[in-house]
Ligand binder design. Structure first.
Ligand code: MG
Length: 250
């Protein structure tokens, strides 16, 4: 069931999203070669609590940390670890969210660790750009798959492939609500977008094959061919007019 949020609910989601937006922006300077993914997790958790909010991911479905820290061939759900040290040239996606008065924010960015290869830089740039191509269709009256399709064609035009096993989602008083939002598909399908819908759109993109496997920790998802992957996500409010991104600094 897709829930439509009231003005008051959307205000709370904006407050949640603002904290996520600020923390993700600050990670651009924070993340350095030689750092463990556990250090990122600790920093993000402290920042969320300092803002008076709660980490959305910690304990969610049993996830043990505040962020998902997914390095290189890991697509999503990487578990932060003191043993996972970032090296120059790695790319790391950080997926995080907060809860404010029962309302969720959810967003992800992929960061270059030091200087990265041209291919890695292009993958990060394309993944982010595909989100904004999809966003152009996040308007009342359009169909959900109009967003999916725009994301897919943007990434595939660069020779990349869309991860299919993980999707975006509605968000509100739960992190994962209906509808599911694939990052591929023909336009003109799925529910019609209406003002008050809030959705997390999150392209996950592989430089090689889209096939993934989940490791024995039951969380870490990586590409089977070990291709590099990138992830970019924001929480989007559908309005009468321009969509509003709760998790991007204005
Ligand atoms: Mg999400």
């Amino acid at each position: 069931m897709i829930t439509i949020k009231s003005k008051e609910e959307i205000e709370l989601m904006k407050e949640a999203g603002k904290v996520t937006a600020e923390i993700l922006a600050s990670l651009s300077d924070f993340i350095k070669p030689g750092m463990s993914t556990w250090e990122i997790d600790k920093y993000v958790e402290e920042e969320i609590l300092r803002h008076g909010q709660l980490p959305a991911f910690k304990g969610y479905a049993g996830f043990p940390a505040t962020v998902c820290a997914s390095v290189n061939e890991v697509v999503v759900h990487g578990i932060p670890s003191k043993r996972k040290i970032l090296r120059e040239g790695d790319i790391v996606s950080i997926d995080m969210g907060t809860v404010w008065k029962g309302y969720y924010s959810d967003a992800a960015r992929t960061y270059a660790v030091g200087t990265v290869s041209p291919e890695a830089a292009k993958l990060i740039e394309t993944t982010e750009r595909s989100f904004f191509e999809g966003l152009k269709f996040a308007r009342a009256g359009n169909r959900l798959s109009d967003i999916s399709h725009a994301i897919q064609v943007t990434c595939e035009a660069e020779g990349f492939s869309m991860i299919r096993d993980y999707v975006g989602h509605g968000i509100g008083t739960d992190m994962h609500e209906d509808p599911q939002i694939p990052n591929y598909g023909k336009p003109g399908h799925g529910p019609r977008l209406v003002p008050g819908m809030v959705i997390a759109v999150e392209p996950m993109v592989s430089a090689g094959s889209y096939e993934v496997e989940v490791l024995r920790d039951d969380w870490t998802a990586r590409t089977i061919d070990r291709s590099l992957t990138a992830h970019y996500e924001n929480t989007i409010v559908i309005t009468e007019d321009e969509p509003y991104l709760t998790t991007l600094l204005k």
